[in-house]
Design a protein around this ligand. Structure first.
Ligand code: ADP
Ligand code: MG
Length: 238
């Protein structure tokens, strides 16, 4: 079985079917991207994976365990959003440590884990800074460190870079990819940016109106679009 497996996941809001029988398999350590136009259901799919939104039908397995009935906090999932959502009155160190302090982990272990994350995300020298003193890219690295420090089984990233300037975004894409590889962190990245998807993904799922239009390796999708929607969507890349 794959590390993450969604089987026939469906979700409607009122009368509107937002996800229609979604199947998805993700291997341990893979970076999978959900790519598709605004409103196609990407964020809803991530929220269902994390447990923040309940599904109507279907099942989700993570690491051989059926997590479908399990609460968000017990799914061991890390999540980073477009807006950094840091605590404004806490330093970088305290923002990153927050999740571990909630878990009553010994102080020395917290200090070591936070130090490792600061190094991994390149935030050395910013330990005592407050969020307002950081650039957008730095704030997003704090958000990433804060998620990773809890050692989640799966990292979910909902358009984490889309609020950033083009050059910073490119740099962070590469950093994100190298951190993800170093930790062998199973990751689902949501984006509507084809270039970003092509640059960082092991596997891409292209979504259209609650369906998977096609999935495969970036190169295969780019060279062999299987239907008109994918051809047009990828065609808008250049
Ligand atoms: P994406 O992330 O791909 O832009 P979303 O998953 O946010 O798309 O939304 C998919 C569809 O579901 C949209 O039509 C959106 O308006 C609708 N939707 C999302 N969340 C809710 C909600 N809590 N209540 C009602 N409709 C929602
Ligand atoms: Mg979204």
């Amino acid at each position: 079985m794959s590390y993450v497996q969604m089987n026939q996941v469906s979700k409607a809001f009122q009368e509107q079917k937002v996800l229609d029988s979604i199947d998805m398999q993700i291997k341990k350590g893979e970076l999978v991207t959900l790519l598709g136009p605004s409103g196609c259901g990407k964020s809803t799919l991530l929220r269902i994976l994390s447990g923040l939104t309940a599904l109507d039908s279907g099942t989700i397995h993570i690491d051989d365990k059926d997590v479908t009935p399990i609460e968000p906090k017990d799914r061991e999932i890390g999540m980073v959003f477009q807006s950094y959502a840091l605590f404004p009155n806490l330093t970088v160190t305290d923002n990153i440590a927050f999740g571990l302090e909630m878990k009553k982990i010994p102080r020395d272990d917290i200090r070591r884990a936070v130090g490792e994350m600061i190094e991994l995300t390149g935030l050395q020298g910013k330990e005592r800074a407050f969020p307002r003193e950081l650039s957008g890219g730095q704030q997003q690295r704090v958000a990433l460190a804060r998620s990773l420090v809890t050692k989640p089984k799966v990292l979910l990233l909902d358009e984490p870079l889309s609020a950033l300037d083009a050059q910073i975004r490119k740099n962070l894409q590469q950093q994100l990819r190298s951190i993800q590889r170093e930790l062998n962190m199973t990751t689902v990245l949501v984006t509507h940016d084809q270039e970003e998807a092509m640059a960082v993904s092991d596997h891409i799922y292209i979504m259209n109106a609650g369906h998977i239009a096609q999935h495969g390796a970036p190169h295969d999708i780019y060279t062999q679009p299987r239907n008109e929607f994918v051809a047009r969507f990828i065609g808008s890349y250049n």
